[in-house]
Design a protein. Structure first.
Length: 83
């Protein structure tokens, strides 16, 4: 008898990518294992943008479908543009 799957393959793949995409929480937990002190990682800055409503709607739909936060994806795209 086959065991039921709890997570889909897409969710599992995304979970495997998290340490590479967002290393700060994982580094803080590693430090906690060593020192038993939990440090805070970098704070975020709130920004405001004006966007075309159609682009925003499509972007939100894309992020919902892919299971990622809009701010995280914008941050990644900004890093890529800077490099």
């Amino acid at each position: 008898m086959q065991r039921p799957r709890i997570f889909s393959k897409r969710v599992f793949r995304r979970a495997q990518q998290l340490p590479r995409i967002m290393p700060e929480p994982f580094l803080a937990l590693e430090e906690y294992d060593r020192t038993r002190r939990l440090r805070r990682w970098g704070n975020k800055v709130r920004v405001n943008f004006t966007l075309d409503p159609a682009i925003f709607k499509a972007f939100r739909k894309y992020c919902d479908r892919e299971g990622c936060k809009m701010s995280t994806l914008v941050e990644r795209l900004m890093r890529k543009a800077i490099k």
